[in-house]
Design a protein around this ligand. Structure first.
Ligand code: CS2
Length: 488
């Protein structure tokens, strides 16, 4: 089977949408750090639409900081790839042309820094996941992380996203405005990134720090689309549809949302013409999405892992999980949210439950379960802490937390199969749990860990309740904990 390439464009089936613009005329206006499936199926689609409308300034050069895999895949197929939106019997495929170059930072650092310094580039965007920001439990830069220490020691040859942005900015003409756009699932992601980059640069170059603070734009943004990592099956499915092998093919859901704060330092593509909402205040959307979608997702992931459900759709087909997740979302998390004006939050929850049930996405619970020590403090703890401060119990969320701790310590599903826990922060948390005598002591030790201790003042009663849930899990598993009606 031939590999997808520009030469094959004419031979693709007619139901595959493809660029009608001339890719040779596309100029680079965006450097994107983190070339995973999410960027390629989300921001790149909005940018592709801008190119379709004839604004050729917005070609994207995608950058991988750690693994060269995607860079090689894309280079082998003229940086073309397909995105298929799939739900039930409906499927729509687009060949995306917006990403017209890809760099593996460790091998192409001078070229990458020159690109960030190029005035024709006005946006550096990021999807580097929560841990790519080196944000400590106190919200400040984790300057002791080994990669960060190294970047601080040799800021001219950086490895981290912060280091790369700072080094590129240092080479950029002073009068060329730059916007740095975080597209990761963190509250106030732009503000957080700005504070981290100021903190980072202040440590070795005061003038650069002032420039970051005063001249660079850091819009906050909320991004939403469920984009599972490719599987051998999804790649084969795409191949059958395309009649060509696309080794970077993405199969995702039809839903897509992007809310971006109107705080750009220089020009930007008119993403709103492709459906993005450009607004003055992203926070209500961010909180709603991060808590209701990502918060529920994490609950599905840990419960799904324990109950042997490999995908989100499998998990949602398990009535115990579906009922529990509905409780987490519509009873506990929803009650903690200031819904954006005019927004139908209940309708939003209903849509989320339907999206999670999408039977054609192999969205692995193991993928969402990754990096829980980074995700849980953002997705669950603020809601729990605010509720605790108001003296309100959150019975579902408190159980979800116990479920996560149980998952981390048993590292086995309930049939006894070993689970892969991919979370660099997990060992120190599990050590706290294992070092404690009783479940109550274990939960107390967890809540004394920096990420928890910094998140709020935790009443003893809450710690005791979660300790009881953990003890029930140890005795009777998830059926034991969730088998009886949860009084809300
Ligand atoms: C998921 C997200 O992997 C995860 O942690 O919760 O990637 C989620 O699919 C996206 O944020 C949806 O917009």
């Amino acid at each position: 089977m031939s590999l997808l390439s520009a030469d094959l464009l004419q031979t693709l089936p007619s139901n595959v949408d493809r660029p009608t613009y001339d890719r040779r005329c596309v100029r680079t206006g965006i450097v994107h750090l983190g070339l995973g499936a999410f960027h390629r199926a989300h921001q790149a689609i909005y940018t592709d639409a801008a190119l379709e409308r004839g604004d050729m300034r917005w070609g994207t050069v995608g950058v991988e900081l750690r693994r060269r895999h995607t860079v090689d895949l894309l280079a082998a197929q003229d940086h073309l790839y397909t995105v298929t939106e799939r739900d039930g019997d409906t499927a729509r495929t687009r060949l995306v042309g917006a990403v017209h170059g890809a760099l593996f930072a460790p091998e192409s650092l001078p070229a990458l820094l020159q690109l960030i310094a190029d005035p024709a580039v006005s946006i550096v965007s990021l999807t580097v996941t929560e841990k790519g920001y080196y944000r400590g439990a106190d919200g400040r830069l984790d300057a002791n992380a080994p990669e960060m220490r190294q970047d601080l020691a040799t800021p001219g040859s950086p490895r981290t996203a912060l280091g790369v942005i700072a080094a590129g900015l240092a080479l950029r003409p002073a009068d060329a405005p730059l916007t740095v756009l975080s597209c990761d699932n963190m509250p106030s992601n732009g503000d957080a990134l700005r504070a981290l980059l100021v903190d980072y640069t202040e440590r070795f170059n005061g003038a650069l720090a002032r420039r970051v603070r005063d001249d660079v734009g850091f819009p906050n943004s909320m991004v939403d689309r469920i984009v599972p990592a490719a599987t051998p099956e999804s790649l084969d499915w795409a191949q059958a549809r395309l009649g060509a092998r696309d080794r970077a093919a993405i199969v995702c859901e039809p839903f897509s949302q992007w809310v971006v704060e109107d705080r750009f330092a220089g020009p930007r593509p008119r993403w709103e013409e492709a459906g993005a909402l450009v607004t003055n205040d992203v926070r209500p959307y961010e909180t709603m999405k991060l808590r209701l979608l990502n918060g529920s997702h994490s609950a599905i992931a840990y419960l799904g892992q324990l109950r042997g459900r490999p995908t989100v759709a499998d998990a949602m087909a398990d009535p115990v999980i579906a009922t529990f997740v509905d409780g987490v979302m519509t009873r506990d998390l929803l009650a903690t949210i200031d819904v954006p004006r005019g927004y139908d939050a209940r309708g939003y929850c209903g849509t989320l439950m339907r999206r999670f049930r999408n039977p054609t996405l192999a969205h692995r619970t193991e993928q969402i379960a990754m990096d829980g020590t980074q995700k849980v403090p953002l997705r669950w703890l603020p809601a729990l802490a605010e509720s605790a401060a108001a003296n309100v119990e959150r019975p579902y969320l408190e159980r979800a937390l116990a479920i996560w701790l149980h998952y981390l310590t048993t590292a086995r599903d309930e049939q006894g199969r070993a689970l892969t826990i991919s979370d660099p922060g997990a060992p120190s948390l599990t050590a706290r749990i294992r070092g404690a005598g009783s479940p109550a002591d274990a939960v107390e030790a967890v809540f004394a860990a920096p990420a928890f201790a910094q998140a709020g003042a935790w009443p003893d009663a809450l710690i005791r309740r979660i300790g009881m849930h953990l003890s029930m899990l140890r005795e009777g598993g998830t059926d034991g904990l969730l088998g009886t009606r949860i009084a809300a």
